[in-house]
Design a binder for this molecule. Structure first.
Ligand code: BDR
Ligand code: CA
Length: 334
């Protein structure tokens, strides 16, 4: 246990390597909010250039507001929140309020954040950042529908070879779907965007349900977080308690999986996950299996594949990292 904690501390500290320049594209969302706390709380590992938001779990104005609210609790007003696409590329919007509550943040007390959103659009921000920074120095984490990134690729295809890495929460292979029998929510919510990203040739790591279902906020893990005296831990406890109640209401009998946290944890410490090269494509034609991720591990000789697919997670390592990060968050006023 002591060595695991030491490793989590070193990972959150960046392990002596320069921080990864990151655009975090999300649709908060209860589990996006936990992932945001992880990203905001690890400045030695992640140089957050912006949080870009997209319509997904709830509407676009709420996801942008929620990102600003979490930013304020985390005390990171230095990071711009840039609102993005208000609907998927082709299909009608599909929200997930049943998992995230009406506000998108469960039972977290909602307030109007002090600092405004960045006066620009996420798609422009992604294009301008990738075109103006040195090649292969900027990574993206995507934990919502992939609309913003796909739109940026369509708008300016020259960004693709400039991307260092994309770490995306989405898809399912072994686990089946969580919104339909065969599709995971983020991919189902904008399958056309996901297919554009998958086919683009960018360096893509997919953290789908196969691993996120291994990373669960058990009662013991929640209790460790609840015992911390910080604002971020208090908010995280509220969010995780809500997520646990949702799982109980749905009758899964399981502790709540922390899907989006995986995409950030991977960027901080890739050794927490086992990933395998694959050929990935997304179903965009069939009504029955819309958003299904077809993942083929049997590559032809010399074929590199177009993505890496995560198959195994060190769940305790991911939670040690989160707990270590939350322990350093702003402390409540006495
Ligand atoms: C994904 O769907 C959303 O509801 C969550 O925020 C997560 O990104 C899990 O399937
Ligand atoms: Ca999400």
């Amino acid at each position: 246990m002591a060595s695991l904690l030491r490793r989590a501390r070193e990972a959150a500290d960046g392990g002596g390597v320069p921080p990864t320049s990151l655009i975090f594209d999300c649709d908060p969302g209860v589990d996006d909010a936990i992932a945001l706390f992880q990203a905001f709380g690890a400045p030695q590992a992640l140089d957050l250039l912006a949080i870009t938001t997209v319509a997904g779990n709830v509407g676009a104005s709420l996801t942008a507001r929620n990102a600003r609210l979490i930013r304020q609790i985390a005390g990171r007003l230095d990071v711009p929140v840039v609102p993005g696409c208000e609907r998927p590329m082709v299909r009608p919007p599909v929200e997930a309020g049943h998992f995230h509550g009406e506000s998108g943040l469960g039972h977290l007390p909602i307030f109007e954040p002090e600092a405004p959103a960045y006066p620009g659009h996420a798609v422009d921000f992604i294009v301008e950042t990738l075109m103006s920074r040195p090649e292969k120095t900027v990574s993206l984490a995507v934990t919502g529908p992939m609309t913003n990134l796909a739109m940026a690729m369509v708008r300016e295809p020259r960004i693709v070879p400039r991307i260092k890495a994309v770490s995306a929460m989405g898809g399912a292979r072994r686990e089946g779907g969580n919104i339909t029998a065969s599709a995971e929510y983020n991919i189902y919510a904008d399958p056309h965007a996901a297919q554009i990203v998958a086919a683009s040739g960018c360096p893509l790591v997919m953290l789908g349900l196969d691993v996120t279902h291994q990373v669960r906020a058990t009662a013991e893990r929640r209790a460790r977080i609840a015992a911390l005296p910080t604002e971020t831990a208090r908010a995280a406890t509220n969010l995780l308690t809500f997520a646990d109640e949702v799982e109980r209401r749905l009758g899964t009998g399981d502790d709540p999986p922390q899907h989006d946290l995986c995409a950030i944890a991977y960027l901080i410490d890739p050794s927490l996950f086992l990933t395998v090269p694959c050929r990935l494509s997304v179903e965009t034609g069939s009504e029955l299996t819309l958003g299904h991720t077809a993942v083929e591990f049997r590559l032809a000789a010399g074929e590199a594949g177009n993505a890496r697919w995560a198959t195994k997670a060190d769940a305790q390592g991911v939670f040690d990292l989160l707990t270590e990060t939350l322990a350093r968050g702003p402390v409540r006023p006495a």
